[in-house]
Design a protein around this ligand. Structure first.
Ligand SMILES: [Zn+2]
Length: 275
């Protein structure tokens, strides 16, 4: 622990705001994802009382140059956050706002403190960029980013090869077990219900996508399945239920939406069951 009064060294990093919460009367607790710092939590003094101190704002999903004094094992101090010049202004559109909140909260809930990952950082920046573009492939980019995080966790289920031995799986009805890592060959099949191969292929089409352009074009029912599949894969790794998911569910009613399908009838596909 550094002694009180001694000035702590400051570091500068490109960062995305993952979360903000009130802290005391005037301060803000800010969780950042820094390109080289990883996930850090810091206090932004007077951020709620004075709009001048963080004039560029600290909106969730915003990207900027952060100046932080790190405190080992404790809360850092955010001294400045200057929005990146090449970062587009965040869309005020409700859907973009909700989707941004989701990718930020997902990142916050899945990544450990510190532990930087420039690839995940760049993927988050790309996701926010696409979500803010009214013509962007919002739904595919959400699925793509979920897969980026699942891979980061080493938790992406096997789709077209046996999770145990790597052998080819059955061509049509694939044996699948979450607890064994995904698809299984005939030798390792556990006898549970199989999954149609085309359904796993739909998930695989997002896994193979670069994140650029329009993304896989699938019908609404298949998109809902892919969403439910990935949420089921993510669920065991979440430290807490995601608030933004219920926001998405309330906001987005169109069948191809990033959140729920229709208001009724798709609950079972939308709500990930805890393992
Ligand atoms: Zn096998």
């Amino acid at each position: 622990m550094a002694r009180g009064g001694r000035r702590r060294p400051e570091v500068e990093d490109e960062a995305v705001v993952l979360r903000t919460a009130p802290l005391g009367e005037a301060d803000l607790l800010v969780t950042l994802f820094g390109r080289t710092l990883g996930r850090v939590r810091c206090a932004a003094r007077m951020a709620r009382r004075s709009t001048r101190r963080f004039a560029g704002g600290l909106a969730v999903g915003g990207r900027g140059r952060a100046r932080v004094a790190l405190v080992p094992g404790g809360l850092g101090r955010l001294h400045a956050f200057v929005p990146s010049k090449d970062a587009p202004a965040l869309s005020r559109e409700l859907r973009a706002f909700a989707c941004r909140g989701y990718v930020a909260e997902l990142t916050d809930a899945l990544l450990a403190e510190g532990d930087p990952d420039p690839e995940v950082f760049d993927a988050l920046v790309r996701a926010v960029h696409v979500l803010d573009d009214p013509t962007g492939a919002a739904v595919p980019i959400l699925r793509w980013y979920e897969i980026v995080l699942l891979r980061r966790l080493g938790a992406m289920p096997a789709l077209d090869r046996c999770a145990v031995c790597g052998a080819a799986t059955d061509a049509e009805n694939v044996s699948f077990a979450w607890e064994r890592g995904g698809a299984l060959c005939r030798d390792h099949a556990t006898g549970g219900a199989g999954v149609p191969a085309e359904v796993l292929a739909a998930v695989g089409s997002f896994a193979a996508w670069s994140g650029e352009g329009r993304g896989p074009e699938l019908d609404a029912a298949t998109l809902r399945f892919v969403r439910g599949f990935l949420q089921r894969a993510l669920a065991p790794h979440l430290r807490r239920p995601l608030r933004s998911l219920s926001v998405l569910r309330d906001l987005l009613r169109d069948p191809a939406g990033g959140g729920p399908g229709r208001a009724a009838g798709s609950r079972d596909e939308t709500v990930p069951r805890k393992a």
